[in-house]
Design a protein around this ligand. Structure first.
Ligand SMILES: *Cc1c(COP(=O)(O)O)cnc(C)c1O
Length: 745
C-alpha cells in the first residue's frame, strides 16, 4: 500500500464507529502502509535487549513518522472526528521509567537515522500499574492495555520457539512491532505460552520478588527473553552463514540494557557449546566480541545477584556454565596479578551468588555509563577494580531523547516557530538545531506566545483529569518522575511548605503566582515513597483551599503519570525540577525533555544536569546544593541534620509531618518519614539523602527563579537558550555514538 492508497482508504472509513474500532482500523491501515517500506535486513545488525520498552502511545507517533498525521487529522475532522479522541486509548506501559523510555527513544532514533538496531523484550500482559489516588494514597490498578486491541504488533506464530527450564518448557511467541523511520526496524516482544505456569512468565512487569517464589519468577523472566532472543540469533546465523561461529560477532552486536538480560551471555555460550559442539574457550571468546553492557544506576539494584541454589534448581546447565565462566575469569585475574580483595570484588561467582554486573564487566566488550559524571563514578568507585584492569572497556554514552516524540509531536507550535527561524532541516538533522542559538532574541516574543498556549492546553488537561483550576498566568514548576527518596520529591514538598508559610507570615513578598506540578508512581512495596505521595496530596489539599494564598500558590499531583502525560507537561512547564542527591541520578532524561521544550532547570550538579548546564549556560539555569565531592565529605566527616532543624523555618516544614498539621489517615506513615529525616532507621543514618542540607539553597533557588520570572522577556530568553542548546541531548546523537563506537553498524 502506498501513501495515496492509504489516504483513499482512510477517506472511506465509516466515522460513526466506536472509537476503539476506529483506532484499530486506522492503525491497521497505517501498519500495512508503513510495512510496505520495509527494506531487506542489513548484513550486520545491532540488538537491544531490554526488560522494558516504555513506548507510550503509538498512534500519533507512528502516523507522524509515516508523514500522514496532518492529513489524517484533516480527513477525520471532515468526518466530524477530533483526532484527540484516540487519547482515550491508554498507553502500553511496558516499562517503569527512564530506562524503559530510553530503550524506546533509542529504537526511534535508530530507525530515524536508518540504522539497523532491533529490540528484544517481553510482551507483558499487564504493564506498569495504573495509578489512582484515593484519599491522597496511591492505589494500584492493573494495566490491561490489550483491551483496546494491539493493532501495532503482529503475532508471528511461524517464528515461535522453545525455552527450556529444568521443570518446564515454555513457548516463546514473538509479537513484532515495526519501528518506522528511514528504515523500518523491529521490536520483537516475546510472549510466554504453554500452560498456566508458563503464561505467568510474561504476565507482569517486575512481579514482587521479596519471596523465593517471586525471585524464581524474575529469574525465569530474565532467562526467558534472553534465551529466546539469543537462540533466534544463533539459528538465523546458521541459516545464513552455516556453523562458522567465528563470524557471529561480525554480523551481530548485542547491547545489554542493564543487568536484566545479562544471562544472555551464558546462554550464547550454552547454545554454542551444547548444541553446536563449539569448545568452551572459543564460545567464550565469541561472547566477548558480541556483548556490550550499559549500567544505569549506582543504587544497589545495579548489582543484581542470583542465588546459586535457585539458578541450579531452575537452570542447571546455566549454573554449571556460570561456574566455569567464573573460573576462567578468576584465572585471568590471577594472571594479571590481582590481589585476593580485587578477585573477590570482580568475582562472577562468590560461592553463593552469581553477580550479573561482574559477568557483564568480564565478558562485555564495552561497559558504559549514561552521563559523563555517572561514567566517572563507575570508573572511580562502583567498578573501580574492573576499571583498573580493563580501562579500555569503559566508555561514556550520555543519554538522549528523541526530538520526534519529545518536540515535534508534543509541541508542534514550538516546532513551527523553530522552522520559521532556522528552516526545517533540524527535523532530519538535529544538529541544525544549534542554529537557533543565533536567533533566540528574534523569536522571544513568539516563544512567549507558544509557551502560554502550551500552558493553557496543559491547564485544561489538568482541570479535566484532576479537577484542579490553575489560572492562566501561573508560573509552572514541575517535578515528574518515579517516586524515590534519592530524587527528593520530599525536599520539594518541604520547600513548598516554606514558601507557603512565608506567604502567610509576609516574609515571602512579591511572589509571582506559581503552581507546582508533581507526577510520580511509587513501587507498590515502597512504603516511604507512598508516604511521600500522601504527604504531597495533603499539602496540595491544604494549600489549594487556602483562600488567603491560593491566588498565588497551588500544588497539583497528577494521577497516573505516564508518557502521554509527560508529553503535555514538558511542553507547558517553565521550570524543570531535577534535584536528586548529587551522585545518585545516573543521567536523567526527563531533564532533557524539558530543556528541549524551553524550560530552565532548577537542579543539583548531578547526572546529565552537569552537561545541560555546560551546553546551555549556568546563567540560564539555577544550580544549587551539594556537589558529589561535598556529599562525600559529609559522609566521611559525619552529617547531623539536627543542625539544620535548628532553623525555625525548616523545623516548621519538617514538623508538619508530626505536629497535627497533616493527617496520614492513622497509618503512622508520616511519623516514619519524619524519623527517616531526623533519626534514621536500622539501615541508614538520619537524612541519608541530605534533604535538610540542601533545603535552604533549594528554597533560595526557587525564589530567585520566581523573582527573575517577573522580567518575562529575559526569562523567556533563558528558556529559549536551553532549547537552542538541546541538540546534544537528542538520542540521535547518542545512537550515532553507540553505532560508531560500540556496534560498528
Ligand atoms: C522520561 C520519562 C521518565 C524518566 O524521567 P527522569 O526524570 O529522567 O527520571 C520516567 N517516566 C516517564 C513516563 C518518562 O516519559
Amino acid at each position: 500500500m502506498n501513501e495515496s492508497q492509504f489516504i483513499e482508504k482512510l477517506k472511506n472509513i465509516d466515522g460513526n464507529k466506536p472509537v476503539t474500532e476506529l483506532y484499530n482500523e486506522i492503525s491497521a491501515l497505517a501498519m500495512s502502509f508503513g510495512k510496505s517500506n520495509s527494506q531487506k535486513p542489513a548484513e550486520r545488525n545491532a540488538y537491544y535487549l531490554s526488560m522494558e520498552f516504555l513506548i507510550g502511545r503509538s498512534f500519533y507517533n507512528n502516523l507522524m513518522e509515516l508523514g500522514v498525521l496532518e492529513q489524517t487529522r484533516e480527513i477525520l475532522a471532515g468526518k466530524g472526528i477530533d483526532i484527540n479522541v484516540f487519547e482515550e486509548i491508554e498507553d502500553a506501559a511496558l516499562g517503569n521509567g527512564g530506562l524503559g523510555r530510553l530503550a524506546a527513544c533509542f529504537l526511534d532514533s535508530a530507525a530515524g537515522l536508518g540504522l539497523p538496531l532491533h529490540g528484544y523484550g517481553i510482551r507483558y500482559k499487564y504493564g506498569l500499574f495504573k495509578q489512582a489516588v484515593k484519599n491522597g494514597f496511591q492505589v494500584e490498578l492493573p494495566d490491561d492495555w490489550q483491551r483496546f486491541g494491539d493493532p501495532w504488533s503482529e503475532r508471528r506464530e511461524d517464528e515461535k520457539r522453545s525455552v527450556v527450564f529444568a521443570d518446564m518448557t515454555v513457548t516463546a511467541v514473538p509479537y513484532d512491532m515495526p519501528v518506522f523511520g528511514k528504515r523500518v526496524n523491529v521490536l520483537r516482544l516475546w510472549q510466554a505460552e504453554g500452560g498456566e505456569e508458563a503464561q505467568k512468565i510474561s504476565e507482569y512487569l517486575y512481579p514482587a520478588d521479596d519471596t523465593e517464589e517471586g525471585k524464581i519468577l524474575r529469574l525465569r523472566q530474565e532467562y526467558f527473553f534472553s534465551a529466546a532472543s539469543v537462540g533466534e540469533l544463533v539459528e538465523k546465523h546458521v541459516e545464513k552463514h552455516g556453523e562458522n561461529f567465528a563470524l557471529f560477532p561480525k554480523y551481530n552486536a548485542v547491547q545489554l540494557n542493564d543487568t536484566h538480560p545479562v544471562l544472555a551471555i551464558a546462554e550464547l555460550i550454552r547454545v554454542l557449546t551444547a548444541e553446536y559442539k563449539v569448545g568452551f574457550a572459543e564460545a567464550l571468546e565469541i561472547a566477548k566480541q558480541t556483548f556490550s553492557y550499559t549500567n544505569h544506576t549506582v543504587l544497589p539494584e545495579a548489582l543484581e545477584c542470583w542465588n546459586a541454589a535457585i539458578v541450579e534448581k531452575i537452570l542447571p546447565e546455566i549454573h554449571a556454565l556460570l561456574i566455569r565462566i567464573g573460573e576462567s575469569q578468576k584465572e585471568e585475574m590471577q594472571e594479571l596479578g590481582c590481589s585476593d580483595g580485587e578477585i573477590a570484588a570482580t568475582a562472577v561467582y562468590s560461592g553463593d551468588y552469581f553477580s550479573m554486573a561482574n559477568l557483564a564487566l568480564y565478558v562485555g566488550k564495552t561497559v558504559n555509563g549514561v552521563a559523563r559524571l555517572h561514567t566517572e563514578i563507575l570508573k572511580n568507585s562502583l567498578f573501580k577494580t574492573a576499571y583498573k584492569y580493563f580501562p579500555q572497556k569503559f566508555t561514556n554514552k550520555t543519554n538522549g531523547i528523541t526530538q520526534r516524540r519529545w518536540l515535534m509531536l508534543c509541541n508542534g507550535e514550538f516546532s513551527e516557530l523553530i522552522d520559521g527561524a532556522i528552516g526545517k532541516g533540524w527535523r532530519e538533522n538535529v544538529a541544525e538545531l544549534d542554529k537557533l542559538a543565533g536567533c533566540t532574541r528574534k523569536i522571544t516574543e513568539g516563544f512567549i506566545k507558544v509557551k502560554a498556549q502550551k500552558k493553557k492546553q496543559l491547564f485544561e488537561y489538568i482541570k479535566r483529569r484532576e479537577g484542579v483550576d490553575i489560572p492562566e498566568n501561573f508560573l509552572v514548576y514541575a517535578q515528574v518522575k518515579r517516586l524515590h527518596e534519592y530524587k527528593r520529591q520530599l525536599m520539594t514538598a518541604f520547600a513548598i511548605l516554606e514558601i507557603y508559610n512565608g506567604l502567610k507570615d509576609g516574609t515571602v513578598k512579591d511572589f509571582a503566582p506559581s503552581v507546582f506540578v508533581f507526577g510520580a508512581k511509587s513501587a507498590s512495596g515502597y512504603k516511604r515513597a507512598k508516604a511521600i505521595i500522601k504527604f504531597i496530596n495533603e499539602i496540595a489539599r491544604k494549600i489549594n483551599s487556602d483562600t488567603q494564598t491560593n491566588g498565588l500558590l497551588k500544588v497539583v499531583f497528577v494521577c497516573n503519570y505516564n508518557v502521554s502525560y509527560a508529553e503535555k507537561i514538558v511542553a507547558g512547564t517553565d521550570v524543570s525540577l531535577q534535584v536528586s542527591t548529587a551522585g545518585l541520578e545516573a543521567s536523567g532524561t526527563g531533564n532533557m525533555k524539558f530543556m528541549m521544550n524551553g524550560s530552565v532547570t532548577c537542579g543539583t550538579m548531578d547526572g546529565a544536569n552537569i552537561e545541560i548546564v555546560e551546553n546551555a549556560g549556568e546563567e540560564n539555569n539555577y544550580i544549587f546544593g551539594a556537589t558529589v565531592e561535598e556529599i562525600e565529605k559529609l559522609k566521611r566527616d559525619g552529617y547531623d541534620p539536627a543542625e539544620y532543624l535548628a532553623d525555625p523555618k525548616h523545623a516548621k516544614a519538617v514538623n508538619s509531618l508530626v505536629d497535627g498539621t497533616f493527617d496520614d489517615g492513622g497509618t503512622g506513615c508520616f511519623r516514619e518519614l519524619y524519623e527517616s529525616i531526623t533519626v534514621g532507621a536500622s539501615w541508614h543514618p538520619a537524612d541519608n539523602y541530605f534533604v535538610l542540607y540542601d533545603l535552604q539553597s533549594y528554597v533560595n533557588a526557587l525564589l530567585k527563579i520566581n523573582a527573575d520570572y517577573k522580567d518575562k522577556k529575559a526569562f523567556a530568553l533563558k528558556q529559549l537558550e536551553n532549547a537552542a542548546h538541546s541538540a546534544y541531548f537528542s538520542s540521535d546523537r547518542t545512537i550515532k555514538e553507540y553505532a560508531e563506537e560500540i556496534w560498528k553498524i
